[in-house]
Design a protein around this ligand. Structure first.
Ligand code: GLC
Length: 471
């Protein structure tokens, strides 16, 4: 079985969000099960390709444009990574955020098709991700390349929308695909919609998010209406976690590595060390946030619980960057309460690991969350996630309720549709924090939770076999 992952980002080379982790984790886990896969992504400017093998240069015709795609290859832990280079489209400061986004990824999609034609590589399944590669199923069919395709939705809010002319102008596809509805969404052209109706199988990254997408016909521009058409070929498979990257027992970024047998007192020692390093006093509960600061992540409701955090003399450590309005909220809070709130604007892998290892609680008040990665990492490090009741958060956090036995509970889950529930969740966090035996049980449950890609990959393999008709 040969799987191609065609993606706009992939670790260890490029990342803005969880998609990059998924590609790396899933392809490596498949490799361990002796299923061969390759990863194809753009060659962005900060990727050091000096040691890569140059495979070839391909002429790419995009309507009137004569372009060149430089193909490079390297291998990471047994997985071949192919890169599509073009200075004009990809040698830019950021991965996303440009006015010609559709054109850039159209070039990437066309280059992938040319690459497999020229190199004569025949995948069994082409796995594409989000709008950036969602046109590939149609492009393959249009080029009479009849490989099976899977489109995975990681973030339904981004749909790659444009005017109908883009179809011909960038993708070399006839207007007919717009007229017959294949590429039309409302009255415009949408890459994601096209992918949804042309892939063989549609997936998203958790079971609950799959249900949400099917039942919520209003959100995401009404995408649910289209997804409903594919109901029979649509499944949710919860993402896994890379247990090597995130392992408190061998984490080189943390001062006192620990496992279940040493978590008490070592987690506390890590916390003390981190608080010292940011010159915070060592008293009270410590909350962490590691997040892209976008509307999706729900951080606008943070001010609701700040009074409580300050009153309890708790600490809040935030790491992340994103839309300026959310950066401003957090910046403002950290200036107002310099002894309790610490904000690192940007991203630091080493600081992220320290936060995961040191905090008592990790906050994720997401408005929607197809899967979510941080809650899985937090649990592996014995940090109790406080999450909203959406998407993958529902599937991966077992809620603790005061009136119920703890059993497997390992986090706090609240209803995001009612703001006061967030406040109650923080109240509950303080109750847990002050009752050390409950806190310890939750920490143990969290650390015992199994979420490794090595286990999760089985669901993907089952799906691949089903698509290919293999028993
Ligand atoms: C997106 C989603 C997130 C998911 C990730 C990987 O970033 O917002 O919930 O975990 O993709 O699938």
């Amino acid at each position: 079985m040969k799987i191609h992952f065609v993606t706009s980002e992939a670790l260890p080379f490029s990342k803005t969000g969880g998609l990059a982790d998924v590609i790396f984790g899933l392809s490596s886990a498949l490799c361990k099960k002796e299923i061969s896969s390759i990863v194809v992504s753009p060659l962005y400017s900060d990727i050091d390709f000096s040691s890569f093998e140059k495979v070839c240069s391909l002429p790419i015709t995009m309507n009137w444009r004569q372009l060149v795609a430089d193909i490079y290859r390297t291998n990471i832990n047994g997985v071949d990574y192919f890169f599509i280079g073009n200075d004009y489209y990809f040698k830019r400061e950021k991965i996303y955020g440009y006015d010609d986004e559709i054109e850039r990824f159209a070039f990437f999609n066309l280059s992938y098709i040319e690459m497999i034609k020229r190199l004569n590589i025949r995948p069994d399944i082409v796995s594409v991700h989000d709008w950036e590669t969602a046109m590939i199923p149609l492009l393959l069919k249009h080029n009479n390349l009849n490989f099976k395709t899977i489109l995975t939705i990681h973030n339904p809010a981004f749909q790659g929308s444009s005017h109908s002319g883009a179809l011909y102008d960038y993708f070399n596809l006839p207007y007919e695909y717009f007229e017959n509805g294949t590429c039309r969404f409302h009255d415009y052209f949408s890459c994601l919609k096209t992918g949804i109706v042309t892939c063989d199988v549609l997936t998203t990254v958790s079971k609950t998010h799959a249900k949400e997408l099917l039942n919520d016909l209003v959100s995401f521009n009404g995408l649910g209406h289209i997804i409903k058409l594919r109901k029979k070929n649509f499944v949710g498979i919860t993402n896994g976690l890379d247990y090597e990257e995130f392992n408190p027992a061998s984490d080189e970024y943390i001062e006192y590595p620990y496992d279940l047998t040493t978590v008490f007192p070592e987690k506390q020692m890590n916390q003390d060390f981190l608080l010292d390093s940011i010159r915070f006093k060592k008293d009270g509960a410590v909350f962490g946030i590691i997040s892209r600061l976008t509307e999706q992540k729900g951080l606008d409701i943070l001010p609701l619980v700040i009074d409580k955090i300050i009153k309890e003399n708790a600490k809040l450590i935030v790491l992340g960057s994103g839309q300026p309005q959310y950066e401003r909220i957090i910046e403002g809070l950290s200036k107002k309460y310099p002894k309790n709130i610490f904000y690192y604007c940007g991203y630091s892998n080493s600081f992220a690991h320290k936060i995961y290892a040191s905090c008592d609680f990790l906050l994720m008040p997401s408005r929607y969350e197809p899967c979510g990665l941080s809650q899985l990492v937090a649990k592996r490090y014995g940090t109790i996630p406080i999450v909203s009741n959406v998407g993958g958060l529902v599937d991966t956090v077992v809620p603790y309720r005061k009136e119920k036995a703890i059993n497997k509970a390992d986090g706090i889950v609240f209803d995001i549709s009612k703001e006061e529930e967030f406040v109650k969740a923080i109240d509950l966090a303080f109750i847990v924090y002050n009752d050390k035996s409950t806190l310890k049980k939750l920490i143990k449950n969290a650390m015992n939770y199994k979420s490794s890609w090595n286990d999760t990959v089985v669901s993907y393999i089952t799906l691949y076999k089903k698509i290919l008709g293999i028993n």
